[in-house]
Design a protein around this ligand. Structure first.
Ligand SMILES: Nc1ncnc2c1ncn2[C@@H]1O[C@H](COP(=O)(O)OP(=O)(O)OP(=O)(O)O)[C@@H](O)[C@H]1O
Length: 810
């Protein structure tokens, strides 16, 4: 009781502090906030107190229902139309807040809600603070309030090879609403969502978010759940969501809060039981199709986007899971005032009625845009009755696909209704600039939308929806008179379908949609610091690459080869007769690890390109952070196997000292890392794996051929090619070390070396051995050139990803 009373008092106090104009929106927020403070365990107490509060009436149930109806039909109580405004009394805001708290406490206990615990935590802290500090925290909370998005798209046309994929598609979705895009396969649903998310160019038309053209600045405020699931197959569901949280949630949010949010969302989407399962691929099965879909949604929900676009999120789910997912999304839209657009194939009847609006597409053309509940009336207006026992979604799609005459009637009705405004003089006035025309158009769409609502009778189905609109209008500080009129008007499909063409009233031209209190820096900057991005991406990359680079097969191959090499070159005598064998081991080792690292790196970018492109498009992190993290995370992995190889084969061969072993290891690893850089570069350049393999094979084999290791008859003009090979430098270095630092090689009898023939020495100097190989450059120069290779190819790899492979719009 005390807590409830405190909540009510808070609500009242808060309202007194707020300007009147914004009070309605904030009232809704406060009501929602208070509801969030009342945890389900307290909900029983709230229900009991409801009974006490409504002792004068009947039962708890009745009181709550009455309160709920008050909440939802606030607008009906205040003024329904210009003619009836004065005949209704507006309930006092205090009473309204209290009754809404009671009603919502009840409903919160019944339905799942998706709330963001960091906001709740701040509010709980606020309750425990003294009054002055409470006010300060309250101010901070108000500053933190997220703005909302109204999405308007008009006249969108997309062409592909002269075929119209989208043809004059228009629509409007407000905060708190769910718009369903429905249509047969290939009707253009995904294309439309791509356009709305800014991932696809459209040939004409425009997309506005709060009357601002869609631009890069909005990308972090839009969550786009793609039809296909693009994730790292080696990571578990929890790891994936965790990394997304660490990368895309704000830096200032505490880690513990991020973890709590992850748990909350996994629980909401019923993913807790499979959170330790890997995504898997066609070879190694992991999460089921439905679980992957929900995981996809979880990652987008996590960032609490203002606008959420979901491409067929329910396909592949069983009906129960589909309905519970829709409930979560619907409640999320309402509680958090989010704008949601969802494409669906054939929703169940129950799901169909959960949508607020429907956009029906067929071959890219609009067959219907309006309120879902108006679909019955709309079909009747063209002479078709939706049969009572039919699923309306099935019926509508069936008519659309199978009856060309009905289809045509629907196209005409849709065009005549909300399509008309596009042809009006005020839009196409050539004296006005494009921007002015767009502004007028948007004003027209929005104002006509609400004006027409103003003149329609009430529709009981739309009460809660109306409530949302009301919140939105007031939140944005639009013209008060218009809001007052609009808030009680019920969207009926007939309005939307027939009256867009009428001109907007002049008093509505001042309708404004605010952007909220978020400044431009916040919208454009990355959610986390460079260092955070680097460390999270390094950890993720390490986890993702480890199973690939240190697979059991690779271990088997390395140890097997090391043993074989050790056995073949076992304890080689240090004489001129065996010199060639010794050089053979060095050449084999260098070449093998160069090819291993190069071909391993080739596979690296293509396998993660899709994930990285998706994340870069959403503005999650800097490319430089990703690239650096990839280099660092894969470093320990790329050097592990060559180290193991050398540890086995070199002592078997006859390693003379620990110092020499470490020196040989350093230069073998340097060669490996350089080869990996070349592999990264070729992998980043080539989209096609076959092309990259061919190019790499050509490069490595050509440089070996022209290096003179296999043939001494290299054409004069082509001998320079050996200098483009990293093997050339690495092999020279290995020889310098082995023959300079290791035991000397004794002259053979007869010897091929002049110095031995002259019998001035017993041993062949290392310079003579290198000279015989045409290798004259010193160790430091070879090392410097290898480091140049490393830097140049790493730099080129970055440049290719930055400029050539940056995720483009299609
Ligand atoms: N880039 C493209 N190149 C060629 N055709 C395209 C392209 N994008 C879309 N289309 C075509 O446009 C039409 C609409 O495609 P879209 O993917 O938007 O349909 P959809 O309604 O989402 O289909 P589904 O429900 O089967 O996913 C299809 O006929 C498709 O072949």
């Amino acid at each position: 009781m005390n807590l409830l009373a405190q909540s009510m008092d808070n609500a009242t106090d808060e309202m007194e502090q707020l300007p009147l104009v914004a009070s309605r929106r904030n009232l809704a927020k406060i009501v929602a906030d208070c509801r969030l403070q009342i945890e389900p365990t307290v909900a029983a107490a709230a229900a009991a107190s409801t009974a006490a509060a409504s002792a004068a009436t009947t039962t708890t149930e009745t009181a709550a229902v009455a309160a709920s109806s008050n909440c939802n039909s606030t607008s009906s109580a205040s003024s329904t139309s210009s003619s009836s405004t004065t005949s209704m009394d507006l309930p006092s805001t205090d009473n309204l807040a209290k009754t809404c708290i009671l009603a919502d406490a009840k409903s919160a206990a019944q339905a799942p809600s998706l709330t963001f615990p960091f906001i709740n935590a701040a509010k709980q802290q606020q309750q425990q603070l003294p009054t002055a500090q409470q006010q300060q925290v309250q101010q901070q909370l108000q500053q933190q309030q997220q703005p909302t998005i109204q999405l308007t798209f008009q006249n969108l046309n997309v062409l592909h090879n002269d075929r119209k994929i989208l043809s004059d598609v228009s629509g409007l979705v407000s905060p708190g609403e769910v718009l369903a895009i429905m249509g047969p396969s290939g009707s253009g649903k995904t294309t439309l969502l791509d356009c709305l998310s800014g991932q696809r160019h459209f040939d004409s038309g425009s997309v506005y978010l709060n009357r601002e053209p869609l631009s890069k600045r909005w990308r972090r405020k839009i969550g786009y759940v793609l039809q296909e699931e693009i994730f790292f197959t080696q990571l578990t569901l929890r790891e994936t969501v965790m990394y997304t949280a660490m990368l895309r949630l704000p830096e200032k949010m505490a880690r513990v809060e991020k973890l709590r949010l992850v748990d909350h969302i996994l629980e909401m989407l019923e993913l807790t039981c499979c959170q330790q399962t890997k995504f898997g691929d066609y070879l190694n099965r992991g999460l089921s199709g439905g679980e992957k879909k929900r995981a996809n949604i979880a990652c987008e929900l996590l960032t609490n986007p203002l606008l959420m676009l979901l491409d067929e999120p329910t396909s592949g789910l069983d009906s129960h899971s589909a309905i519970s997912l829709m409930k979560v999304l619907k409640r999320y839209a309402q509680l958090e005032q989010k704008t949601i657009v969802i494409s669906v194939h054939q929703p169940s009847s129950q799901m169909f009625h959960m949508f607020d609006k429907l956009l029906l597409l067929h071959q890219g053309r609009t067959a219907y845009f309006g309120e879902v509940n108006n679909i019955y009336r709309h079909f009747e207006s063209i002479g078709v009755t939706i049969k009572a026992h039919y699923n309306p979604a099935d019926f509508v799609l069936e008519q659309l696909k199978s009856h060309p005459d009905i289809r045509e009637k629907l196209f005409i009705a849709a065009r005549e209704s909300h399509g008309n405004y596009l042809n009006r003089n005020c839009i196409s006035n050539p004296d006005k600039s494009k921007q002015q025309q767009d502004t007028i158009l948007i004003n027209d769409i929005i104002n006509n939308y609400y004006n027409q609502r103003h003149h329609q009778p009430h529709d009981l189905h739309r009460n809660h929806h109306n409530h949302n609109h009301h919140q939105y209008h007031t939140a944005n500080g639009g013209c008060e008179a218009d809001e007052e009129a609009a808030q009680h008007l019920v969207w009926s499909g007939a309005d939307s379908q027939s009256n867009f063409s009428s001109c907007a009233s002049s008093d509505c031209q001042s309708y404004r949609v605010g952007k909220g209190s978020v400044n431009d820096d916040d919208w454009l900057s990355y959610p986390t610091r460079f260092y955070t991005q680097f460390s999270v991406l390094s950890s993720r990359n390490f986890k993702e690459a480890k199973p690939r680079m240190l697979s059991k097969l690779n271990w088997f191959q390395t140890i097997g080869l090391a043993l074989m090499a050790g056995a073949i070159w076992f304890q080689l005598p240090r004489t001129e007769e065996f010199l060639h064998d010794l050089q053979g081991w060095m050449f084999f080792s260098q070449t093998y690890w160069m090819l291993f690292a190069l071909f391993g790196a080739l596979n690296s970018f293509p396998s993660e390109r899709e994930v990285i492109s998706k994340e870069r498009r959403s503005g999650a992190y800097r490319l430089s952070a990703y690239y650096l993290a990839k280099m660092c995370a894969e470093l320990p992995l790329v050097i592990t196997l060559p180290t193991v190889y050398l540890m086995i084969s070199y002592p078997m061969l006859g390693c003379s000292s620990l110092k020499l072993f470490f020196l040989m290891l350093i230069f073998l690893l340097l060669n490996t890392i350089v080869a990996q850089s070349v592999g990264f570069f070729i992998g980043a350049c080539c989209m096609d794996m076959n092309v990259s393999i061919t190019l790499s094979a050509l490069y490595t084999l050509a440089t070996q051929l022209f290096g003179g290791y296999l043939s001494s008859r290299i054409p004069e003009g082509l001998s320079w090619i050996r200098y483009t090979s990293m093997i050339h430098y690495a092999y020279q270095n290995m020889q310098i070390l082995e023959f300079r630092e290791g035991p000397a090689i004794s002259c053979g009898s007869p010897s091929s070396y002049e110095i031995c023939k002259q019998q001035t020495t017993e041993f062949i100097p290392y310079e003579e051995i290198l000279k015989a190989q045409n290798s004259t450059s010193p160790l430091w120069l070879n090392t410097l050139i290898l480091m140049m290779f490393f830097l140049v190819f790493r730099g080129l790899g970055y440049a290719v990803l930055r400029y050539l492979r940056c995720p483009q719009k299609s």
